[in-house]
Every structure is written in structure tokens, then in C-alpha cells.
Design a protein around this ligand. Structure first.
Ligand code: 5AD
Ligand code: SF4
Length: 449
């Protein structure tokens, strides 16, 4: 039998990256070897993101290329997964009729079966090409396939899916459904298994991890701090990270974990989105600048060395110069270690799309540039504060950007390059002395999307 290959292109967040790992492993268990060479592939999966218009355009432009590949090689299977698949469903198939399968995030677990039963393959016309069911009764499977490729020492672990917050700009509740927590025991079991196979760092993933542990009716069975404590108790795991958090659900109990659990890395990504209370209200964020700042202050009391990063949207409908000025001011008040910043874009289903006071594109660009320039200065100032200190790095491997050097990550999530006379093993920890220009930029997103 000739070997068959699967190629996966992933756009978007860590949730999507983890879903791609799962799909890759399911396909590999079904005798499709992974390949990095798109031209070698028998199956191509495009795992899409629709968080902003630009992300969606990227997926459609790749699909345009795949159309030409498919014309040359009709037996090639092209599947579209992820958030655009969920959002556009049948519409996607209409626009891109050459696509063989459209699979939303809740439907990836039977991927090999769906590929085997493609209508063309079986000759049956009734077979379905679009799998975009978002079931209110969806449960995350107890055993998600581990990956045998990828990092030998760190993994993403899904703990929740979906979101109930309905921020007015956001498409996620419509692409990933209502919030559901994975079973506590399943998560702990998976991480024990990972630790036994050499994994040293886990990142717990969910759209809003702070509200972990509720069932469909809203009843709280476990809290996120309970879960962190259980994971911290697993031998072999040295570092725990999580993403992403909603400021309104950030409890004092969680803050205390940063003081009490040594394995919990002192880095917190806490998306603020805007520094104007008027805009936060229009975004339906359910916190104010003052309450956000209060939580930041408390977090620093519990863990003074915590590195804070954030997400910011500029040009939300109705954002005036004054509102934007308040966001700029917030940057200087908090002095985030890094910020990912984006121009607001209308999304299907999102409530803010129907707001009429749109900010012109040129104005959004001006604001984004201004914000990113100031944040870059602050990020550099933050970097300089570490000079002279010794930090623990977990070795990633040989540096890709600096020949002869090693690359690693600090607990604060900074990527660093360093010299070592000894051969280092990925996953091992080493002491690192921060000197001038010690950090490779990793914590700010210069996104123009
Ligand atoms: N327009 C611009 N940025 C957005 N984000 C989410 N939705 C939109 C949108 N419609 C940003 C938010 C979020 C990050 C993942 O993407 O800042 O935290
Ligand atoms: Fe993009 Fe959001 Fe979907 Fe992640 S969950 S892939 S960020 S739209």
C-alpha cells in the first residue's frame, strides 16, 4: 500500500492549534502520515479562524490556491475546519464547491470516518459534506488523542470550549458554541498521562478559564483554582500556564494561586480591550477600568514579579479621540509587558456590527500605529527592568534566529536566546542572566488585521 499524507494549515488561536493536533493525530492513527509539504498531501485540512475579517480572508485566499491544486489533482481531499467552517457552513461550500468537507469545531472527532465516507468515494449522493452542528448537549470527549509529534516537553490541554459572555464584537459564541467545561477527572488523567510521557509544561486552554467547572445549568462543581491545585500536584509537571481569562471572572482565589503554587508561571494574559468605560459598556465587557485596575493591583500584591499582557481593540464603533486617549492612558498606568492590538472589524452575528457610528479605516490605522508605538516603548522599558537578574528558562532547543545559541522561555513567557557550553535538552531548565537586549520580542502583536 502506498503511503498517504495529510497536511494541516492552522490559523487562529491556541484552541485551533490544539484542534489541529487532534485532527493530525486522528488522521495519523488512520494511516495518513503528517507532512509539511502541501504538494505531497493526499488530504489537506485548512483549520480556519474568523475572529477578524483579515483572518477569514487569509483562509479564503489559501482556499483559492487549493482550488487550482484540486483542478490538477482531482483525487486530493480538501477539508475546511475551524471557525469559518462553522460560521459559513453551506455558504462556504456554495462559494467553494470544490471543497470536500466543511467541519465545525465540535465535529472534528470523527474526521477519518468523514473522509472515508466522502460522497465521491462511496458513490452515495446522500453523504453529507457540511458538519456544522453546534449541539447544546456537546461534551468534550474524555480522551483526546495525544500527539506523537510536536514539542517533546510541552502541550496544550483543552479544559473548556465555547463562551457565554457575548462581548458585542465577538464571533466566538457563534463558532464554538455555549460554554462547556471538560470533566475534572478527564483533564487530570490526561495530564498525568502526559507527565508520564515526558511532558513538563502544560497550558490549560479555554475561552474563559476563570469560569471553569460549571455544568450546563450553571451549577459550579469545581473551580479553576481547584483544577490548578490538582495539576500542580502531578509529579513531572514543572510549569503550568493558562489562557485566556475574562477580567470580570478573575477571582481572588485565583490570584492567591499565583502566591501559593510554585509551578504556576508568573504570566497573566488579561485582555482589557479598551481604557474607556463608555466603550467597555458598549462591548458588554461587564467591568470598568477602575475594577480592572483594582484586580491588577491585587494580582501584583499576590505575585509582584507577574508579567501582564493584554489584548486591545482600537476603533470600536463610537470610539472618540477621548475614548482612545483613555486607552493610551491605561497603557501608561498598567505598563503591560506586552499587548496584542487590533483594528475593530465587523463580524457576522456580532451585535456591534449593527452599530452605526463606525470609525473610518484610516482613523483606526492611525490609532493602532500610535498605540503600538507607545506599547513598544513600554515593552522595551519592561525588558530593561530585568537586566542584571537571573531567570529560569526552559530550553526549547537550538535557536532558529541566532546560530550557535540556544533558545528558551522564561516563566514570565519571554523568549530568550543564550549561549551554553554544554549541550542542552529541550524541556530542561537552566539559569539565564538577563543582559542588554536579552529578550526576543514575543509578547506584543504588531497585528494590522
Ligand atoms: N475586531 C477586532 N478585534 C477583535 N477581537 C475579537 N473580536 C474582534 C473584532 N471583531 C480581538 C480581541 C480578543 C482577541 C483574541 O481578538 O482583542 O481578545
Ligand atoms: Fe479564531 Fe476565536 Fe475561533 Fe480561535 S476561537 S480560531 S480566535 S475565531
Amino acid at each position: 500500500m502506498t503511503e498517504k499524507f495529510a497536511y494541516i494549515e492552522t490559523f487562529g488561536c491556541q484552541m485551533n492549534e490544539r484542534d489541529s493536533e487532534i485532527m493530525g493525530q486522528l488522521l495519523s492513527d488512520d494511516d495518513f502520515a503528517p507532512t509539511e509539504d502541501i504538494y505531497q498531501a493526499d488530504v489537506i485540512i485548512v483549520n480556519t479562524c474568523s475572529i477578524r475579517a483579515k483572518a477569514e480572508q487569509k483562509a479564503y485566499s489559501l482556499l483559492g490556491r487549493l482550488k487550482r491544486m484540486k483542478q490538477k489533482n482531482p483525487s486530493l481531499v480538501v477539508a475546511v475546519a475551524g471557525c469559518v467552517a462553522q460560521q459559513d457552513g453551506k455558504k462556504l461550500l456554495k462559494r467553494m464547491p470544490f471543497v470536500d468537507l466543511v467541519i465545525g469545531p465540535q465535529n472534528i472527532y470523527n474526521l477519518p470516518g468523514l473522509i472515508k465516507n466522502l460522497p465521491e468515494k462511496t458513490g452515495k449522493n446522500g453523504n453529507i459534506k457540511v458538519w456544522d452542528r453546534l449541539s447544546p448537549a456537546f461534551e468534550i470527549p474524555p480522551f483526546l488523542p495525544a500527539v506523537d509529534k510536536g514539542s517533546p516537553f510541552k502541550r496544550f490541554v483543552t479544559i473548556m470550549q465555547g463562551c457565554n459572555n457575548y462581548c458585542t464584537y465577538c464571533v466566538v459564541p457563534y463558532t464554538r458554541g455555549r460554554e462547556i467545561s471538560r470533566k475534572f477527572e478527564d483533564i487530570v488523567h490526561e495530564i498525568e498521562h502526559l507527565a508520564n510521557s515526558g511532558i513538563r509544561e502544560v497550558t490549560l486552554l479555554g475561552q474563559n478559564v476563570n469560569s471553569y467547572g460549571r455544568d450546563r445549568s450553571g451549577k459550579q462543581h469545581h473551580t479553576f483554582p481547584d483544577l490548578l491545585q490538582a495539576v500542580a500536584g502531578i509529579d513531572g509537571i514543572k510549569r503550568i500556564r493558562f489562557t485566556t481569562s475574562h477580567p470580570k471572572d478573575l477571582s481572588e482565589e485565583l490570584m492567591r494561586c499565583f502566591a501559593e503554587l510554585d509551578k504556576l508561571c508568573p504570566h497573566f494574559h488579561l485582555p482589557v480591550q479598551s481604557g474607556s468605560n463608555k466603550i467597555l459598556k458598549k462591548m458588554n465587557r461587564k467591568y470598568t477600568v477602575e475594577s480592572y485596575l483594582d484586580k491588577v493591583r491585587k494580582l501584583k500584591e499576590y505575585r509582584p514579579d507577574i508579567a501582564l499582557t493584554t489584548d486591545i481593540i482600537v476603533g470600536f464603533p463610537g470610539e472618540t479621540d477621548k475614548d482612545f486617549g483613555a486607552t493610551m492612558e491605561l497603557l501608561d498606568t498598567v505598563r503591560f509587558h506586552g499587548a496584542f492590538s487590533f483594528k475593530y472589524s465587523d463580524r457576522p452575528h456580532a451585535k456591534s456590527s449593527s452599530l452605526i457610528e463606525k470609525v473610518p479605516e484610516e482613523e483606526k490605522s492611525v490609532r493602532l500605529n500610535q498605540l503600538q508605538a507607545r506599547q513598544e516603548e513600554i515593552t522595551q522599558e519592561r525588558h530593561r527592568e530585568y537586566i542584571g537578574s537571573i531567570m529560569e528558562v526552559m530550553v526549547e532547543g537550538e535557536s532558529k534566529s541566532a546560530a550557535g545559541q540556544w533558545s528558551g522561555r522564561t516563566t514570565t513567557n519571554h523568549i530568550v536566546n543564550f549561549d551554553s557550553p554544554a549541550i542542552l535538552i529541550p524541556g530542561q531548565t537552566a539559569a539565564f542572566s538577563a543582559m542588554v537586549n536579552w529578550c526576543r520580542p514575543s509578547m506584543s502583536g504588531a497585528s494590522k488585521s
